[in-house]
Design a protein around this ligand. Structure first.
Ligand code: SAM
Ligand code: DTB
Ligand code: SF4
Length: 339
């Protein structure tokens, strides 16, 4: 398959689902996704740009700021995570943050230009007592005119509904990798637990933020299967974070081989093509990327970033460096006026 000059061939259009004219294609096969990975890089980037410009305003990115509202001492054994109590890492555990500190952090994020504030907690899943306190945080953050997002682990239906009723716009819960590889990364819960939480979130009416991590030692087949699971959900996630593993000292994956950068860019481009209406977020691990690598990811259709000098516990590029980079690339922050 090839794309000659500026003509997009029928084959390519058919592979990307555009011939059927529907972003609702959710029957991607393994073969189709492998074929997309096998395309020449320029063809893939061209296709991703073409689709990106059809569904989104070009040269705009959405900016989310993260805050860890409860840090470390997590009972789960996710091999990538510095917050697991099972690994000897540099993270200092902290209890649920007082409301005032959350409000201060949200105000700072808003004045720096973020439009969404995402609160993360190192829980397997929250207890109802904790949800009550988090509901207060959601209400306050929302009243500042920010979109709200939370990532608190597994949720049952009632918990999802109470967060939705408090005004939570997005819930982040990642599939992380393929179902097959998942078992090598986490043993304390399984893929179907994750799928159930995502169903509960969807049913509550909140928007779904769901993606994965690259560089865990997975192979291309695992990446294909992750993308297939994401794109073939009955409703595709509104937001798809693609994380580059942050290799944290003390975690079992601290010495993992970094993922090939072209493979990372291809994965972003394929996510853009198969989930044309989703925001694809260039997420954790951006601090390790050169400006050129980030530019390639934006070219591949990434249109969202985590913005602010810290992710949850690890480093992210600082506000000023990001402003310089975005200005060099002619990329603007997506403006959202929230009432
Ligand atoms: N404890 C909750 C959970 O696991 O769902 C919420 C917080 S958890 C830190 C949210 C997500 O962050 C994980 O699912 C994973 O995708 C991502 N993450 C955690 N550690 C990471 C790392 N070292 N590098 C990249 N992504 C990471
Ligand atoms: C997501 O996909 N990435 C963010 C967010 N969702 C919660 C988390 C990244 C965490 C990176 C490691 C850390 O800072 O602790
Ligand atoms: Fe706990 Fe979430 Fe980290 Fe897993 S990813 S150890 S559940 S904080």
């Amino acid at each position: 398959m090839s794309i000659e000059k500026y003509e997009i061939t029928d084959d390519f259009l058919s592979l990307t689902g555009l011939v059927i004219g529907s972003y609702k294609k959710n029957n991607w096969s393994k073969r189709e996704l492998h074929e997309l990975y096998d395309l020449p890089l320029n063809d893939l980037l061209f296709g991703a740009q073409w689709i990106h410009r059809k569904y989104f305003v070009a040269n705009e990115v959405q900016m989310s700021t993260l805050l860890s509202i409860k840090t470390g001492a997590c009972p789960e054994d996710c091999s990538y995570c510095p917050q697991s109590i099972r690994f000897n890492t540099e993270v200092e555990p902290e209890d649920l943050m007082p409301l005032g500190e959350v409000i201060d952090a949200a105000k700072k994020a808003k004045s720096a230009g973020a439009t969404r504030f995402c609160m993360g907690a190192a829980y397997r899943g929250p207890k109802d007592k904790q949800i009550k306190k988090i509901i207060e945080m959601i209400k306050e953050v929302k009243s500042l005119g920010l979109e709200t997002c939370a990532t608190l682990g597994l949720l049952n239906e009632d918990q999802a509904l109470s967060l939705k009723n408090a005004g939570l716009d997005y819930y982040n819960h990642n599939l992380d990798t393929s179902e097959n590889f998942y078992k090598k990364i986490i043993t304390t819960r399984n893929y179907s637990d994750r799928i159930q939480t995502l169903k509960n979130v969807r049913k509550s009416g909140m928007k779904v933020c769901c993606g994965g991590i690259l560089g865990l030692g997975e192979n291309r087949e695992d990446r294909v299967m992750l993308l297939k699971s994401l794109a073939n959900m009955p409703d595709q996630p509104e937001s798809v974070p693609i994380n580059n593993l942050v290799r944290s000292p003390g975690t079992p994956l601290e010495n993992e081989e970094p993922i090939d950068m072209i493979e990372f860019v291809k994965t972003i481009a394929i996510a853009r093509i198969i989930m044309p209406r989703s925001y694809v977020r260039l997420s954790a691990g951006r601090d390790e990327f050169t400006d050129e690598m980030q530019a390639l990811c934006f070219m591949a259709g990434a249109n969202s970033i985590f913005y602010g000098d810290k992710l949850l516990t690890t480093r992210n590029p600082n506000y000023d460096d990001d402003q310089v980079l975005l200005s060099k690339l002619g990329i603007k922050s997506e403006e959202k006026i929230l009432k």
